[in-house]
Design a protein around this ligand. Structure first.
Ligand code: AFP
Length: 336
């Protein structure tokens, strides 16, 4: 009898639904698979709007300021709303955290509760929307700490080591959903003509020879000395020679470096003593993907996945990409 994998190889077109079902363990109840499929649906709905962003009157700032003190874009609010409304009633989740909301999000008492916590940044890179640059949704999924109660803040404040699954959706030249549930990293490309995510990148691994490093050089002169020395090391590397590319939309920078190899960094700086990237719903999920693809994520001194947040919106310095490139920044810190 053919294995599931062999049967999948027989098919020319594998939808995300089929891949999720075929790869879930035999003992699974389908709850996690359901959440991932809900997110794929949310991605299609959000993609439909991001594609039309230039045509709709939804560009520019809304009149709200989000909890990070940044002006919210209308598409952020829309994406946040789509994800919450698509997932809160399913009985699969017991709490959520969104970048756009100050507090963690309980599941309303009239809906059944599930075993999982969903953390997400509905639209990372949204300051790039009105210049038509790639943006993305980042998500992480944890299991509740105590099944017997409804979700609480403690459930949301888990370290990345406890992630059950994570991923991102990239709204770029194509819309892609990339996820890992602990067995490699898989990528699906949305065919807009029939509205399905099709398996396009199975078992993604960082290429052994990286091509890029991605930092915001506007702040380079004010960085901690180990980081300045590290960036000099990256610049002067001869084998391989790295090119600098920086979009300013972490999902896009991360994805390019995942496909072509490289390192993305957002260090601490005098104006941003904790860096800019949020630990719970940006850094940890991407570090999980990086590790599943053979790479690594660090805050410069320790693995991002080892940091237990004390605040849902906590920021962290980030270095993420090919393992040997990220380990090198830790060497610069530890030699000080
Ligand atoms: P926005 O969501 O406000 O656009 O911020 C995006 C982001 O957090 C991350 O995606 C980028 O890598 C980083 O900011 C870029 O920040 P700089 O503009 O300071 O380089």
């Amino acid at each position: 009898m053919k294995s599931k994998k062999e049967m999948m190889n027989d098919s020319q077109i594998i939808t995300i639904e089929r891949f999720l079902l075929d790869t879930q363990p035999d003992y699974a109840r389908g709850e996690l698979t359901g959440i991932l499929y809900d997110l794929a649906l949310a991605a299609k709905i959000i993609a439909a709007q991001t594609r039309r962003a230039g045509l709709l009157d939804i560009l520019g700032f809304s009149d709200q300021i989000n909890v990070q003190g940044e002006a919210q874009r209308k598409l952020d609010v829309y994406a946040d709303d789509v994800i919450v409304r698509l997932t809160q009633y399913t009985g699969r989740l017991c709490a959520m955290v969104s970048e756009e909301r100050e507090d963690w999000i309980p599941i309303p008492p009239h809906y059944p509760k599930g075993s999982y916590i969903l953390v997400f940044d509905p639209l990372d890179g949204s300051s790039n929307i009105d210049s038509n640059i790639s943006i993305g949704t980042i998500f992480g999924i944890y299991r509740t700490i105590d099944q017997s109660r409804r979700g609480c803040l403690e459930d949301c404040l888990q370290s990345g080591q406890n992630l059950i699954a994570a991923g991102y959706i990239l709204y770029g030249t194509s819309t892609m959903m990339i996820y890992s549930a602990g067995k490699g990293v898989h990528g699906f490309t949305l065919d807009p003509s029939f509205g399905e995510f099709i398996l396009s990148h199975e078992n993604i691994r960082y290429p052994a020879t990286p091509a890029y490093f991605s930092f915001n050089h506007a702040i380079t002169n004010h960085l901690p000395q180990p980081v300045t020395e590290y960036i000099d090391w990256l610049r002067n590397l001869k084998n391989p020679i790295l090119t600098h590319r920086y979009v300013g939309s972490m999902v896009a920078d991360f994805h390019r470096n995942l496909i072509h190899g490289g390192v993305f960094g957002y260090p601490a700086a005098p104006t941003k003593p904790d860096g800019k990237i949020r630990l719970l719903y940006e850094a940890a999920p991407l570090a999980y993907i990086a590790e599943q693809a053979g790479g690594f994520g660090s805050d410069g001194q320790k693995p991002l996945l080892n940091i237990k947040p004390t605040n849902i919106h906590q920021r962290t310095p980030v270095f993420i990409g090919n393992r040997f490139l990220v380990e090198k920044v830790q060497d610069f810190f530890s030699s000080k």
